[in-house]
Write a new protein. Structure first.
Length: 73
């Protein structure tokens, strides 16, 4: 599994992402990201109308706080 280092900004990795770009990086759906944004777990920018952008640093923070699902004890 890859770590969040793949999410660092670089020449081919912009610091601001669209919802689709963020979903592609996380290998999830855009709808999942929309639910996380609505729930307040992921920060996003909405500069105009329907346009939504996500800072890479906010995506990194979201991953680092990651909760676990179905952990057996």
């Amino acid at each position: 599994m890859q770590t969040t280092t793949m999410l660092r900004a670089g020449a081919d990795n912009p610091a601001i992402l669209t919802k689709q770009e963020a979903a592609d990086l996380l290998r999830c759906t855009v709808r999942y990201l929309e639910r996380q944004i609505r729930a307040g777990r992921l920060r996003a920018l909405k500069p105009t109308g329907k346009l939504v952008r996500i800072y890479r640093r906010d995506l990194d923070a979201f991953l680092e706080t990651g909760s676990t699902i179905g952990v057996a004890e």
